[in-house]
Ligand binder design. Sequence first.
Ligand code: GDP
Length: 197
Amino acid sequence: QKIQQTEFMTSAPTFRLCPPDVGLEVAFAGRSNAGKSSAINALTNQRQLARSSKTPGRTQMINFFSIGDTNRRLVDLPGYGYAAVPLEMKKEWQVELEEYLVSRSSLAGLVLMTDIRHPLKFFDEQMLHWAKDGDLPVHILLTKADKLKYGASKNALLNTRKRLKKLGLNCTIQLFSALRKEGLDELAGVMGNWYDY
Ligand code: GDP
C-alpha cells in the first residue's frame, strides 16, 4: 500500500509558510480528540508519525508528510474545538483555514474525522461548507466505530448520511476504527483516487 511510504517533511505555523503549491495533497482534519493522529498512524503504519498535541489553546502546527518520492503529501491540520483558544486567534485561524480549503490548488481532497458517538459538530459542518465552496471532495471517517455495537454503528452511518443529504453536502463516508484497524483499505482506496495512483 503506497501510503505507507510516508516521511515527515515540515511543520508550518501558518498556511502562508506551507510548502510550494505543487503536486497533490490530501488533508486530515477533525476536532481535537476525534482520533486523527491514531487514524494517520494506522494508515501509514507508523506508530508515532502524527503526534497529537494535547495542550489546550496552544498554537498547533500544520504538519506535512511526503509520500514516497513523488510530489504527493499528507497534511495533518491542527485539531479544532478547544474552547480555551482565544477568540481572535480562532478568527484569524479560520480565515486562513477557509482560504487554504478554497484556494490551495494541490489540495485534492479532505478527510474529515468525527467521533461516531457525536458526529458532525458545528465546526465540522463549517469545514464541510468551506470544502463545498472550494469544490473540494470530502471523505468522512466516523471514528472509534469499535465503541458502538455493529447495529448501532450502522445506524450512525445511515443517520449521518441523511444529515449530510439534508445539508446538501455530497461527501462520502465510512466507519473507521484505528484500534481494530478497520476501514483502512476503504480509506486508502479513496486517497489513492485523489492521489491519482
Ligand atoms: P486526535 O486528537 O484527533 O489526534 O486524537 P487521538 O488519535 O490522539 O485519539 C484521541 C483519543 O481517542 C485517544 O485516547 C485514543 O486512544 C482514542 N482513540 C483513537 N482512535 C480510537 C479508536 O479507533 N478506538 C478507540 N476505542 N479509541 C480511539
